[in-house]
Design a protein around this ligand. Structure first.
Ligand code: BYC
Length: 313
């Protein structure tokens, strides 16, 4: 017999209603949310690095201002998401420690290097494009604080995607060397961006339960397909070639078939052996250590304020 609390939770999910922090929830639901939300928060925080790498080398003041705003947005996304996870009872310090210890996951995509300015275009177009495709359905996630955080994140991601597309468009209207640089960036970021959606459905241990709980709304493969279908006309508009000889429209399904992805590479990256895993974590750890004085000063200030308030009362 389910308890009253369990019944109420099941009713909320069946009615496609929101679960709020005050509501009882099964431990598995809470754990799944903390796992997914903290993984996403860490992705935003680590995801600042590949682009921050180009802020000082942006080709104009305008491009520099736009890139700085984008990277700052990512910091903001990380913070909304850590806050959403905190409503589930997991302290931020704990999540952060797991990231710097290397025990928490973050998106595979941020373990690839940014070699040229065109990578800023490819990241915006492909990486933020994949993020939007994956994250718009999460605005309807059953857990209230997560869904609400995702609404604002998605609005900002659309601007990010457009700025990437526009960087590539400008390069594709430029010199032969600029066109080649744009195509090279697309060649390197295309397959990793498709892997952002996670393993194929048959190898995705969490999808089924997450979908039953209305956290995820579509499977990894369904979203990946939606992304590929969206990319093809955009690639044509840009004049870039998507690096997949098996990519073709399937009249029967009404979708684009695409070639096999290198899932061994994906698992290597997840195991910490991608091109930049070591560098990304080392940089994050150093930033954390360098910020120790700010945390100490803030804590000392809070103590002094508390003492002053005590004296005044
Ligand atoms: N990278 O059972 P599955 C962004 C893990 S965008 C690393 O399918 P689930 C940004 C998965 O965590 C990127 N790990 O899992 C964009 C699980 O391991 P654990 C972040 C991955 O959760 C632009 C295992 O593989 N977005 O931040 O049902 C600029 C089995 O997978 C990946 C999000 O996180 C991957 N690509 O589905 C700056 C969106 N794929 O946890 C920043 C929210 C899978 O059991 N997250 N894994 O140890 C999601 O939608 C889902 O968590 C996923 C995976 C679709 C990613």
């Amino acid at each position: 017999m389910p308890t009253l609390e369990e019944q109420r939770f099941d009713e909320l999910i069946a009615a496609d209603a929101r679960v709020e922090p005050r509501d009882w929830m099964p431990e598995g639901y809470r754990k799944t949310l903390v796992r997914q939300i903290s993984q996403h928060a860490h992705s935003e925080i680590i995801g600042m690095q590949p682009e921050a790498n180009w802020i000082s080398r942006a080709p104009s003041l305008k491009r520099k201002a736009i890139l700085m705003a984008k990277v700052q947005d990512e910091a903001g996304h990380g913070l909304y998401l850590y806050s959403a996870a905190q409503t589930l009872g997991t302290p931020r310090d704990e999540m952060f420690q797991a990231l710097v210890d290397g025990t928490a996951k973050y998106s595979s995509i941020f373990n690839y290097p940014t070699l040229t300015w065109a990578d800023m275009g490819a990241i915006g177009w492909l990486v933020d494009g994949a993020a939007i495709c994956n994250q718009v359905p999460l605005c309807r996630a059953s857990y209230g604080p997560y869904g609400r955080a995702m609404v604002r994140i998605c609005k900002e991601e659309s601007f990010h995607q457009r700025q990437g597309f526009e960087i590539l468009l400008e390069l594709m209207n430029g010199t032969d060397a600029q066109k080649a640089m744009a195509q090279d960036a697309v060649d390197r970021w295309y397959a990793p961006s498709l892997m952002m959606f996670g393993p194929p459905d048959g190898d995705s241990p969490n999808s089924q339960q997450s979908m039953a709980w209305n956290i995820k709304r579509f499977s990894n493969d369904d979203l990946r397909q939606r992304f590929v279908d969206m990319l093809v006309p955009q690639a044509e508009a840009l004049g870039v070639t998507l690096p997949d000889p098996d990519l073709r429209f399937n009249e029967q399904t009404g979708h684009y078939d695409y070639g096999q992805l290198d899932w061994d590479e994906f698992h290597e990256v997840l195991a910490g052996r991608g091109p930049c895993n070591g560098q990304r974590l080392a940089h994050r750890r150093k930033a954390f250590e360098d910020g120790a004085w700010v945390r100490e000063a803030a804590a000392a200030y809070a103590r002094t304020q508390a003492q002053l308030e005590k004296v005044a009362s």
